[in-house]
Design a protein around this ligand. Structure first.
Ligand code: SF4
Length: 441
């Protein structure tokens, strides 16, 4: 049985109900109307009431009982240390392509922690495999209508999925999808293609099986992302994996494009999309913007380049001034995979009088990759490529290089440490508006 810890508050939003009552960071909620919340999902559910009785522990360990009257949908205005108050549900698979196992040894232990938690999937869109859920968690998904979830399917043929996840429980995916379908719940699926294991006819079978659930008013499988396996130089030896070559990428692109065409005719949607990385590896043009429909798999690198360029063009019309004064010179760091695609952005920025933005498109020495997406560039890579160079007033750093909500790179270096060693300022930028505003501010 898991222990539920009091939900520790890290921030009380100004002018919120919680601020008015006098909550402080460091307080912790023990129960809401007599029930200890397991996670943010419980918290939101329990708070959707007009009268709340809270048991709260303050930072000195003293218990307080607080009654709150509010509108049903009023938010209290609290932020918490973690989304899960009873700990993460751990992964029980041993996928050979697991990124956690492809890290260097000797880092802090939390970097090696493998979660596979449906709650993070519901709250933040992280992918899970459904191989570790006891009956009571399935019931909770159904009762609380936790949908959509994001599921790593990889393959629908039981033996292929069992081989990929190294888990005998992995063969039940089609029955599980049926379970979602019967309850009118949805998933977004991803297929990480490992050449020689789940490509070719297995990939076709997987996409056909998955799209057979794309029917009805609420399709159980809402979308599918097809993603190339990512390998690093720290991967375990004899892991039976083969890197995706240019030829393999071209082959997968042709295969999935043909299938998507067929799906478009049948379902009025492509249903399955290729991650941008395939086109970068293959050296092929990205699909047109319209082909991504509503960008259902944007956080999985599907269409993110096209969307970024489009959003930039729109925002630039509104936000980019003809001139900045005093003059500014900045370095914009990205993965070399997007170097070509982002040239129009650099051109537009440099058209502003007094503004000079130099794009530095880097490969990752840290992970040992020749082509790197922006999200995998590490602090080590910045030092490796940029040390001793003229970086102007500072670095524009896409926040996708940092861990969610932290100023830490994937290799555990802090932004502060990298800025110190490069002897420059680092400006994390999240999205196009932030990029433009940081350039002109
Ligand atoms: S399910 Fe995810 S975390 Fe678990 S081994 Fe596979 S890739 Fe790693």
């Amino acid at each position: 049985m898991t222990t539920i810890h009091p939900a520790k508050i890290t921030k009380v939003l100004p002018e919120s109900i919680a601020a008015e009552i006098g909550f402080d960071a460091g307080d912790a909620i023990v129960t809401i109307n007599g029930t200890p919340p397991r996670d943010l999902i419980d918290y939101q559910f329990l708070c959707a009431d007009e009268v709340l009785e809270l048991e709260v522990l303050d930072a000195t360990g003293k218990t307080h009982h607080i009654e709150i009257e509010k509108d049903y949908d009023d938010d209290l205005g609290l932020e918490f240390e973690t989304a899960l108050f009873d700990g993460l549900i751990q992964c029980n698979n041993r996928c050979p392509f697991c990124f956690i196992d492809q890290q260097p040894p000797g880092k802090r232990s939390s970097l090696y922690f493998k979660d596979d938690d449906y709650r993070l999937s519901f709250l933040y869109g992280s992918y899970l495999t459904l191989t570790n859920l006891p009956e009571k968690e399935w019931q909770r998904i159904e009762q609380m209508r936790l949908s959509p979830l994001y599921v790593s399917v990889h393959a629908t043929e039981p033996e292929v999925r069992i081989r990929l996840l190294k888990n005998n429980r992995a063969g039940q995916i089609l029955q599980q999808l049926k379970w979602f379908q019967e309850r009118r719940l949805q998933i977004h699926a991803q297929v990480v293609v490992c050449p020689g294991i789940n490509d070719g006819k297995h990939l076709e079978q997987t996409l056909r099986d998955l799209t057979s659930f794309h029917t009805g008013e609420i399709p159980a499988v809402a979308s599918i992302a097809v993603v190339p396996v990512g390998l690093t130089r720290f991967r375990p030896q004899e892991d039976e994996l083969t890197p995706v070559t240019r030829e393999k990428a071209q082959e997968v692109i042709s295969q999935v494009k043909l299938l998507s065409q067929e799906f478009r005719q049948k379902f009025g949607s492509s249903v399955a999309w290729l991650a941008d990385e395939w086109f970068l590896i293959a050296g092929e043009e990205l699909p047109s913007e319209a082909e991504y429909e509503e960008y259902p798999q944007i956080d999985n690198g599907v269409g993110s380049i096209r969307l970024f360029v489009k959003q930039f063009t729109h925002a630039a019309q509104e936000l980019l001034p003809p001139k900045v004064s005093p003059q500014r010179k900045l370095t914009w760091v990205v993965g070399n995979a997007v170097e070509k695609a982002f040239q129009p952005i650099v051109k537009q920025l440099n058209a502003v009088e007094g503004l000079e933005v130099n794009m530095r498109a880097l490969y990752s020495d840290y992970w040992g990759q020749n082509i790197s997406v922006t999200g995998l560039i590490t602090g080590h890579d910045l030092l490796f490529h940029l040390k001793g160079q003229d970086l102007g007033e500072g670095i524009l750093l896409p926040s996708v290089m940092l861990k969610h909500g932290e100023l830490l790179f994937l290799d555990d270096m802090t932004v502060e440490e990298v800025a110190r060693q490069l002897n420059t300022e680092i400006f994390p930028v999240a999205g196009v508006e932030d990029l433009i505003n940081t350039c002109i501010d």
